[in-house]
Structure formats: C-alpha cells, structure tokens
Design a protein around this ligand. Structure first.
Ligand code: NDP
Length: 240
C-alpha cells in the first residue's frame, strides 16, 4: 500500500534528504516549505515531488494546507515535522520576537501539524509522526535559549503524543540530530564550527542522509513497536 508522507521544510537540507529516502521506500511524498521559491522549484524539478507552501507556525494555514494535500494526494499517514529556524543570541540581547518566532515555528509547528493529521491517522488505525528535535534541545547551547527550549519541548510533546496514539496504531518519535552539514550549519562562523567538530567523536559533521535513515526506520511498517523514543544521531557527541 502506498502511504502518503508529508515532510515540513522538505525542500532543502535535512528535509530534502528525508523526502528522497521516503520516496525510495515507495512512499508518496509531498514537501512543505516556507517561502524560498527558488529552492522549492529546483527541488520539485530535481525530484518530481509536489511542493506546498505555508508557514507551519500558522495554525489555520497548517489545517488548510494538510486538507489540500489530503484532497489532492490522499490521506496523510506519515508526518515528519522537520521545519525549523534559528534566531540565536544570548538572553540579554535576545528580543521577544526572536523567542516567539522560534517557539511558534519549531514547537508550534509540531502541534499545528499533529492537529491537522493525527485525528485521521487515529481513525484509520495507522500513522507515523517523527519530530526533528536537536542535540541542543537535549544538552542546551550557549546563545540558544529559544531554540533549546523549543527543541526540548519537542521531545516532551513527542512522548505525550506517543501515549495518546499507542492504542490506535499511531507512533510518535523524535530524532535529535547533532551537527549536520546543511545551510543552517553553514551559517555558523568557521572558527566556532572548528570547535564544534573537535567535540564530535567521529570527527566530522553528519550528513542529511544519515538523519533520513533514522526517519525511514521510524516510519516503516515494522516500526510499530517503537514509540515515544528519541533517536540521537550525533556522531557520539552527546550520549543520552
Ligand atoms: P535548513 O535551514 O537547511 O532548511 C529549513 C527548511 O525549513 C526549509 O525548507 C525552510 O523552507 C523550512 N521552513 C523554515 N521555516 C518554516 C516555516 N515557518 N514553515 C514551513 N517551512 C519552514 O534546515 P536544516 O535542514 O539544517 O534543519 C532541518 C531541521 O533539523 C530543523 O528543524 C533543525 O532545527 C533541525 N536540526 C538541524 C541541525 C543541523 O545541524 N543542520 C542539527 C539539529 C537539528 P524555505 O526553504 O522555504 O525557507
């Protein structure tokens, strides 16, 4: 049976790798994105995957967007909440807007997407939800109280949702990536990045495809006994 999967923030970085890996598994994949049309169009041409633009931090837009996907492609069985942003800064310089945007998109997006899709999964008796957290949500990170709080919140959200979905065949799991070679990490100053890599036991950044393998496992037909877990994929940087 072809299951329909949606990957938020699916048009580049880790999200793109997740889309490709799920497509390779025979899933019918669609990718959501925020507004970078150039990247989204290039992604759609490269992969043949349908793209949908909306802000996952917007509750109504997420309900409408998922309803549109369901009508055009089919009921959504797999959700990968991957969309995320950073607005880094030490607390004494961080604005309320920096705090709020990261909470609204990174954590609020998971709620908005689950509200749009979990009831249908529950009714149909099968579903897979994977939320992309972060090593910085597990361990904290200087200059990231907003991001660490949102990602840590994702881990709690996942465990609570897993309990609600368990008897309906719906699993919810999180992946906590370490430092992965994407646009988000390219924004880190080189001197800081060198220090980060020095702390990774395997001695390198991770690849987006290495996160995607974890998503393939957690969304598989055989993955039904794995729920409420956090899979750390971080090169041994934080053993939690
Ligand atoms: P990128 O910055 O490379 O890509 C982010 C993606 O999210 C883009 O597709 C972007 O769309 C989309 N996006 C951003 N805001 C929204 C929004 N409001 N609504 C819908 N889509 C949105 O990120 P990465 O691939 O590096 O990261 C993916 C996830 O992994 C994030 O949640 C991140 O926090 C997490 N992570 C990343 C790590 C890393 O080292 N890279 C480490 C740990 C966790 P558009 O292109 O239109 O802007």
């Amino acid at each position: 049976m072809t299951r329909v999967a949606i990957v938020t923030g699916g048009t580049r970085g880790i999200g793109e790798a997740i889309c490709l890996a799920l497509q390779e598994q025979g899933r019918t994949v669609v990718a959501n994105y925020a507004g970078n049309e150039e990247k989204a169009q290039a992604f759609a041409e490269r992969t043949g995957i349908k793209t949908y633009r909306w802000d996952v931090g917007d509750f109504e837009a997420s309900q409408e967007g998922c309803a549109r996907v369901a009508a055009e492609v089919g009921p959504i069985d797999i959700v990968v909440n991957n969309a995320g942003i950073t607005r880094d800064g030490v607390l004494h310089k961080m604005t309320f807007d920096d705090w709020n945007e990261v909470m609204r998109i990174n954590l609020g997006g998971c709620f908005n997407m689950a509200k749009a899709t979990f009831p249908g999964m529950r009714e149909r008796g099968w579903g897979r939800i994977v939320n992309i957290g972060s090593i910085n949500g597990q361990a904290g990170q200087y200059g990231q109280v907003n991001y660490a709080a949102a990602k840590s919140g994702i881990h709690g959200f996942t465990k609570a949702l897993a309990q609600e979905g368990a008897k309906y065949g719906v699993t919810a799991n999180a992946i906590a990536p370490g430092y992965i070679d994407t646009d988000m990490v390219a924004a880190v100053p080189p001197a800081v990045l060198d220090k980060i890599i020095a702390r990774i036991p395997v001695g390198r950044l991770g690849q987006a495809s290495e996160i995607a393998r974890g998503v393939v496992f957690l969304t598989s037909e055989e993955g039904g006994f794995v729920t409420g877990s956090t899979m750390s994929i971080n090169g041994g940087q934080h053993m939690y």
